[in-house]
Write a protein of this length. Structure first.
Length: 108
């Protein structure tokens, strides 16, 4: 899958996804920081990217505009290693949800 990692998540998330065999890019590598939600949304829609974000606004927007799939990361602020382990524990569920075509995927 091709993921676009929002700026509210660590750049390392893109690296972890790539190491696990997916395509991922950090939003600041494609858009001039600070990118607006609108800019991020349009970029994802134009390129067919799945946005990975902690931003509830993206989840809400996905109900009104189905051009973009969202992975909504629902965890508090975690230290990087703890977050890496948190993501790893949910990787299989994420892959299954993406493969099933889910439009809004909540990772809890």
């Amino acid at each position: 899958m091709k993921y676009l990692i929002d700026a509210n998540l660590p750049r390392a998330l893109a690296e972890w996804l790539i190491a696990d065999g997916d395509e991922a890019i950090y939003v600041d590598d494609l858009l001039t920081p600070p990118a607006t939600d609108d800019d991020t949304w349009e970029l994802a829609a134009d390129r067919g990217l799945i946005v990975v974000s902690k931003d509830a606004d993206f989840a809400a927007r996905s109900v009104r505009d189905d051009r973009v799939r969202i992975v909504w990361v629902r965890c508090g602020n975690l230290k990087l290693k703890v977050f890496e382990d948190w993501i790893a524990a949910r990787r299989a569920a994420l892959r299954n949800a993406v493969a099933d075509g889910e439009r809004l995927i909540e990772l809890r």
